[in-house]
Design a protein around this ligand. Structure first.
Ligand SMILES: [Cu+2]
Length: 205
């Protein structure tokens, strides 16, 4: 029986049937041969690690709530984004700031155009208002009496007036930025007169 089963699934075994010694040794290996004869894509019942990892016809374990309370208890989801439509003093959009919640930090990307070439200071200001000369945005975002909104590398604007920058900070939290849903403001300053605010955008979802 063992020889027949082996022969059925191994074309190379046929020539060896002429030799009794080989036939006997093949027969002795019959069990092994059978195990190796499972068709491609199928596994034998003795294989380990083939138990299904998903819930099938059985009810889910107690406490498992897909899309329910398990997710509601999750902290701020990594990858959340906030954006600011940055406008010049004439009210026209000149760029975008995108804030992304990454693990333990915030990534900021600024893309701007139509700015004076050179290095522009820019900051997260405390108030979510961009009116007039943008003093409405208030001072830099502070935390525990530390200026946490003003510590970013400058935005270098090229001769064509465009500038991009991506940086990260862990000086303030995602909650500091969202401000209870009110947001903050991104302010870009003038190249030469750093007290002058040339562009502003409210950070929002
Ligand atoms: Cu500023």
């Amino acid at each position: 029986m063992a020889l027949r089963s082996t022969a059925l699934c191994s074309t190379t075994s046929l020539p060896f049937r002429r030799s009794r010694a080989v036939v006997l040794s093949v027969a002795a290996l019959g069990t092994v041969g059978l195990a190796a004869c499972a068709p491609p894509g199928q596994v034998t019942s003795t294989d380990k690690g083939t138990l299904p990892s998903v819930f099938t016809s059985s009810p889910p374990p107690a406490g498992y709530a897909p899309g329910g309370e398990n997710e509601a208890q999750a902290p701020v989801q990594e990858g959340s984004k906030l954006t600011a439509d940055i406008k010049g003093s004439d009210g026209k959009t000149i760029g975008t700031a995108t804030f992304t919640d990454i693990k333990g930090a915030i990534e900021v990307t600024i893309e701007a155009k139509g700015l004076t070439p050179g290095n522009h200071g820019w900051h997260v200001h405390e108030k979510n208002v961009c009116d007039g000369d943008f003093t409405s945005a208030g001072a830099h975002l502070m935390k525990d009496n530390v200026d946490v909104g003003g510590q970013f590398p400058t935005l270098y604007v090229m001769k064509d007036g465009t500038g991009t920058l991506t940086t990260t900070t862990d000086l303030f939290s995602w909650e500091d930025l969202t401000n209870g849903g009110n947001g903050r403001a991104v302010v870009i300053h003038d190249v030469t007169d750093t007290t002058k605010r040339v562009a502003c955008g409210v950070v929002k979802e």
